[in-house]
Design a protein around this ligand. Structure first.
Ligand SMILES: [Zn+2]
Length: 232
């Protein structure tokens, strides 16, 4: 039954190929095509489900950064602060940014707050958030097809919206963009490295790494790189 083994192997490679190249490519491509208005609607829906009680905060800092975006932006950014000690922040597609108390309380100066916002803005501007939503959808659809369980597909798709997992490389891209945007807005760009250091301290105290850091564990490398970029 050599042909069967070969067929199984080919199928395995097929799935592996879709997984490693097909999905990221499709997510990036699809995310580019989504109108900003749709992103905003999706983002609003995510905000209501993920951080229902979040209140507007850091408004002046966000406006100053938004005005400094190179070439302007179709996005309307809004930062909201949420209760909860988790060291976490996320950007929904369309420009809604949520910062949990675990991060907010540690950003003791405007420039540190700006560094968080500048970083999260990049995930929206570079459409990382939208890509993450698409990848979440596609992965779950793929699982459902492989397991022959299409009945629960709809429920799984809905579940996929509750977590944003960025790709390797997205965090570094967001860090670089943040340093640049901070500089353009007249904030000290070194605050990005300082913000990451504060998060590193927070994760040491808190034990389990937060979601947005665990997607890329090399925090030391990111701190060194942002410091280097800010010194240029
Ligand atoms: Zn990030």
């Amino acid at each position: 039954m050599q042909w069967l083994a070969a067929l199984t192997l080919a199928a395995g490679y097929g799935v592996y190929g879709i997984w490693t190249w097909g999905l990221p490519w499709a997510a990036v491509t699809a995310a580019k095509l989504v109108p900003v208005k749709w992103e905003q609607h999706l983002g609003e829906a995510m905000m209501t489900s993920l951080a229902p009680g979040a209140k507007p905060c850091w408004g002046e800092v966000a406006q100053r950064l938004e005005r400094a975006i190179d070439g302007g932006t179709p996005y309307k950014f809004e930062v909201r602060c949420a209760a909860g000690e988790e060291v976490n922040a996320f950007a929904a597609p369309g420009g809604s940014i949520v910062v949990f108390e675990g991060i907010r309380s540690r950003m003791v100066r405007d420039e540190l707050a700006a560094a968080v916002v500048a970083h999260e803005m990049q995930h929206v501007l570079k459409r990382h958030s939208m890509q993450a939503v698409f990848r979440g959808f596609a992965l779950q659809a793929l699982f459902a097809l492989l397991l022959g369980d299409a009945s629960s597909l709809a429920a799984q798709l809905a579940g996929g919206m509750t977590a944003l997992h960025y790709q390797r490389g997205d965090e570094e891209e967001a860090d670089r963009g943040a340093v640049e945007l901070m500089r353009r807005a007249g904030f000290d760009p070194r605050a990005v490295a300082e913000m990451l250091e504060a998060l590193r301290e927070a994760t040491k105290e808190g034990g389990a790494p937060p979601e947005w850091l665990s997607s890329h564990p090399d925090l030391d490398g990111r701190i060194a790189e942002t410091r280097r970029l800010a010194a240029r």
